[in-house]
Write a protein that binds this ligand. Structure first.
Ligand code: NDP
Length: 244
């Protein structure tokens, strides 16, 4: 028995990294999980095998409206208590050499995706549900080195968070975002393989360490808990103080 027993969460991009840790944290608290993944079925199954509650795997590309709508059609009249918009991608998009396809891919996955998922999810969400968007500290500051578009998608997600909090308050649906700093996942692994890059990242960390997916997931869990019942429209940095 846990505090989230009888509740159900949809986690997008739940197969690896931060999404996996979120599935585990919510399931450890008793929630059943609908785990969305894109292309890595093996990782999704690996994550599912670690969950103690009921889990349903749903494949869909969050960058595709067709896939998102097909996913919701497959869920039928399932009731949901938590929507975690976690799926996101990072692509190097420098000004001067970015392609239209590269720009579209990131906008579609990181921005249009959460918008469309949330729109499709509204009829399934119980009153009093929680929505948590996973944004990034990159949306809070100026970021150089081909990261401007990524940062912009995350700033936009924080903006949606505030507006949805107002729009959905009459249904007591609370909407917040969690903005991670550098976290050790597949997304950052290439970056941190380079000792110079790792050293540069560590220099910006007041606590002298890179974050873990579990440190992000614990804050998501809090936002889904009874303790966060009067918190909405907020964004919480989980960055060890690297961005204040
Ligand atoms: P990973 O690359 O480690 O994992 C990405 C997850 O998202 C996988 O489960 C993947 O599924 C899924 N995914 C990717 N693209 C799609 C898509 N088009 N449709 C559905 N699912 C998709 O990423 P992280 O765990 O690091 O990142 C999770 C979130 O946290 C992202 O939104 C990211 O922007 C954000 N973030 C991460 C930071 C970091 O330092 N790691 C820092 C700040 C924010 P599959 O396994 O099938 O490929």
């Amino acid at each position: 028995m846990g505090p989230l027993n009888g509740k159900t969460a949809l986690v997008t991009g739940g197969s690896r990294g931060i999404g996996r840790a979120i599935c585990q944290a919510l399931a450890n608290a008793g929630a059943d999980i609908v785990l969305n993944y894109h292309s890595n079925r093996a990782a999704a199954e690996e994550t599912a095998a670690t969950l103690k509650t009921k889990v349903r795997l749903v494949q869909a590309d969050m960058g595709s409206i067709h896939d998102i709508e097909k996913m919701f059609a497959s869920l039928g009249d399932l009731r949901l208590d938590f929507l975690i918009n976690n799926a996101g991608i990072w692509r190097h998009t420098p000004m001067g050499s970015s392609t239209a396809a590269g720009v579209d891919e990131m906008l579609n996955t990181n921005l249009r995706g959460p918008f469309w998922v949330t729109q499709c999810c509204l009829p399934l969400l119980n009153d009093g549900a929680r929505i948590v968007n996973i944004s990034s500290v990159a949306g809070r500051i100026g970021v150089a080195g081909g990261r401007s578009l990524y940062g912009a998608t995350k700033a936009a997600l924080d903006s949606l968070t505030k507006s949805w909090a107002l729009e959905l308050a009459p249904r007591r649906i609370l909407v917040n975002s969690v903005a991670p700093g550098y976290i050790t996942t597949d997304m950052t692994s290439d970056f941190f393989k380079d000792p110079a890059m790792l050293e540069m990242a560590l220099k910006r960390q007041p606590m002298g360490k890179i974050g873990t997916p579990e440190e992000v997931a614990d804050v998501v869990l809090f936002l889904c808990s009874e303790g966060a019942r009067f918190v909405t429209g907020q964004s919480i940095n989980v960055s060890g103080g690297s961005v204040i």
